[in-house]
Design a protein around this ligand. Sequence first.
Ligand code: PEP
Ligand code: MN
Length: 355
Amino acid sequence: MSLEIEKLRLEGVADERPLVIAGPCSAESEEQVMATAKQLSANGIKIFRAGIWKPRTKPGGFEGHGELALPWMQRVKKELGMLTSTEVATPKHVEASLNAGIDILWVGARTTANPFAVQELADSLKGVDIPVLVKNPVNPDIELWIGALLRLNGAGVKRIGAIHRGFSSIDQKLYRNAPMWHIPIELHRRYPALPIVCDPSHISGRRDLIAPLCQQAMDLGFEGLIVESHCNPDEAWSDASQQVMPQVLDFILDRLTIRNNQELTESLESLRKQIDTMDEQLLNLLTKRMRISREIAQYKKVHDMAVVQNNRYSEILDTRAVQGSLCGMAPEFIKKVFEAVHEESVRQQIETINK
Ligand code: PEP
Ligand code: MN
């Protein structure tokens, strides 16, 4: 299905990459909002973000000040001339944000995953011309992501964009949310006119990974970046470990290399990025395989079985070698790979059994 996409047309924001949105995870107090916005604005940031309604995974966390915080956003707009943006999850949020003159809305990852909620949002935006950015759903489902964009677009929202914030997974990993770059790349392939903004803060969950992720997003041809920035990150009420001070963000942005005219599907660079993505997928799969293997170790422990079952091992090597050669790879190579995988798997099982 097609999307009718118009340019975002953000007043006072130059039409060049990267489009940068920055600000704290949550609006905590008037002082925190103003101090952060002033520093960002002094560094040339034109679009301010702050969460006013915060979707917390569990009750008890800071859920945002709600409407009470809207006047603080109005001050940012009036006194600093910045555009303001926030997350909306219900028609009430939309109404309050529109009344307060918020310039850009975004739909959070948990909301995108729920078509009922997205439809309600879309209905509440009928006849309203405001840019709306849609975060990917928490689960790696490109159709659900596109579905949300289609619902909004169907309600007449034409200034739309996407935010890539990574996908949650149960396995141990480097990132808070696995980037799975192939998903936004596929989104770009299907809708080349749709601006895609990368959110390195929610992907990484860690300050030290923001800079390399920003560069990677630019190398992949993303349109912009949405980065969590706080005047005092260590004391932040939400997502403290992933927020950077405004001057750190400035340092990161200053050092970005922006190459233009990248075409994701054609250049050598892009093919290399695809290899990086494949390797990331391989690592994710291996991580999952090891986890299952450790679960097997628990079973063996309970049932007093030996770690290595020889017939099972030979069966794995033989079947994989045959499958691999059917896919055009040398059986010896496949055997080597699975011997190495098995060796690590046995090591982890022994470790689990002896715990
Ligand atoms: C946020 O932007 O602070 C947020 C809650 O993000 P996400 O919806 O990506 O989890
Ligand atoms: Mn956050």
